[in-house]
Design a binder for this molecule. Sequence first.
Ligand code: HEM
Ligand SMILES: *[C@@H]1O[C@H](CO)[C@@H](O)[C@H](O)[C@H]1NC(C)=O
Ligand SMILES: *[C@@H]1O[C@H](CO)[C@@H](O)[C@H](O)[C@H]1NC(C)=O
Length: 634
Amino acid sequence: MVSTIGLALWLMATGCVAGYITALRRNIAIARKTGFPYYVYPIYPMNVIWQLTSGIWLPIIQCLPKSWWEGRIIPMLRDWSYTTNQAFFDWAGSETVLVVGPDDIVCHTQSADVISQVTTRREAFPKDIARYSLISMFGQNVVTTEGPIWRMHRKVTASSFNEKNAAHTYLEAIDQTRGMLSHWFGGEKRDNDSSETILTLEHDTMRWALNIIGYIGFGLRLIWPGQKLPDDPILAKYGQLEPAPGYTMSLASSLAGVMDHIVAILLIPAPVMKYLPFQFAKHGYTSRENWQKYMRDFLNDKIGEVRRGERERVGMDIMGGLVRSAYGEKPTTTVKLTDDEIISNAFIMILAGHETTANVMHFTLIQLATNPAAQRRLQQDVDALLGDTDPSTWEYESHVNALLASHVGAAVNETMRTMPPVTTIPKIVSASADQTITTNGVTHLMPSGLTINIVPASVHRNPRWWPTRPSEITGKPTDLEDWVPERWYRETNRDAATSTANADLDDGDDYGGFKGSDVSASLFRPVRGSFIPFSDGPRSCLGRRIAVVELVAALPVIFQRYSIELAVDEWATDDEVDRMGAEERRRLYAKAQKSARDTLSAAASIVTLKLRGQRVPVRLVKRGKERFVADPEL
Ligand code: HEM
Ligand SMILES: *[C@@H]1O[C@H](CO)[C@@H](O)[C@H](O)[C@H]1NC(C)=O
Ligand SMILES: *[C@@H]1O[C@H](CO)[C@@H](O)[C@H](O)[C@H]1NC(C)=O
């Protein structure tokens, strides 16, 4: 009896081992075909079991001799591309490396050459949409589909992303930034030289981006506490800070609640969530219920408006646009979106455009506070372009290109280079055929079905594609880890510029979205594939123009009249600072700068790259009343 069980167990174990070895050998054979270096792992690093338990294993592994795991362990770490920068690729001696496990293979690349080929050849390297199945929660949409269905969604949604709407977004971003400023200063009437210490900007930049996206997605004006709503029935219903009749939350807070608990909402079925005895589950569930009810109501109101032939609302209103394309008199497409698809697309715009843009705003403000010289240069450009004109008179057409080409645009670019909100862009080799990629004069076979992981945080700091100087902050041989907006005024690296990455790879088809350049010819132009915060090619970000317009509209509103300083409360009281001489203030500020840099370097990717519970406290001060950042020695 015992021996029978023993025999069965032995057979099972050897069966498992044999299966494991066969699978590993099959994957090794696939990896070898590519001609890129590959490394074999006992478990695939993106395996869920590893992801959940790596905290237990990593310390054990690190007790082994360093030479066994150093380098090799990197892709098994969370957020390795951001936190370890070039280390893995340097260790492997290649810009494109395969990681092979028994259960799967992934090809990581930080080669601008490879990236530009993969992103521009959409049919050969489609999006790995299996990973997005969760976020089609309300129906199919432009982010979660591929092939002809994606083209249909892209076509219908892209029509809202035009220059007319970019101009509306510009004005809305100015207004929302003024709302945020008055919130920081405790209401419209106050006239203090300095705000109180703002412990973290994260919540305010999130609200800022949410209010703008509410406008972009739904044509709604959302307000800051203390602001008054314009007189309008639709706004009265959806734009209030209080719940509309029949609801338990306002639209804005239900949306914020959905965003806060997005992972739980996507993973846990609603009926289960309803009865879970946790605060997050209750809040997540209620937010979702309110949100869905708002969306259905909103859709019906819009359909009513369209049926009654009411005039289009002014401003950008993606959902209104989708409703018109499906219910309007002259249908704009042969295939119509269903109600669920309309809601799903409106929702995905919020998901894609809210936190991404908020993070860039958040980190740019912190970096400007941390780098006073860059802040002063940005203020000079803002002064030269806008003087002391009132922001309510600023015009998209006359200002936006100049702002994009100024230190304002450079600061935004530099934040997206050093801290790209989206840290991995997953692609897959077409299921229908093997493909080839050419780099450094060698043609590589990419077997059908292989996952390709494009790593923005790495290629953005790859010295092969970016001109570098020794770091003035850390003393490292390159300054690519530092936030240096002046970099965007350096001369283009002509050597790199002649690589195949710069060949014209576009298929000439129109996928919508903004096609003009944000460039002025004299600026530094990254090699194609080396700067990809919005990805590239047909599946690149539809909201790229909108996002940069929001950011370059907002920063001048703040820096025309204010400066931003790191708060130093942790080390000194206001009275102590008042009594300090210049030298002592510099030493004090250096502590705050070091602390801010350390905090930023510990950012983590939770859907997007952001601070994990940490904060960088700051103060807004009237220009001329700075305690630190006006000091030319800083
Ligand atoms: C700084 C802000 C933003 C960044 C860094 C960003 C980044 C990206 C990236 C990397 C992708 C490609 C994702 C992939 O292939 O897996 C993407 C796609 C997309 N983004 Fe953005 N995004 C931003 C803002 C926005 C905004 C404001 C909107 C809308 C209002 C938006 C709408 C979209 C849409 C619809 C797609 C899917 C396009 C398609 O698959 O055809 N994004 N974005
Ligand atoms: C502005 O200054 C007044 C008077 O000094 C103070 O009571 C108030 O709290 C300050 N408000 C803010 C937002 O800093
Ligand atoms: C920011 O990057 C974009 C994309 O490469 C470029 O077109 C633009 O000119 C850059 N802005 C500045 C100020 O360099």
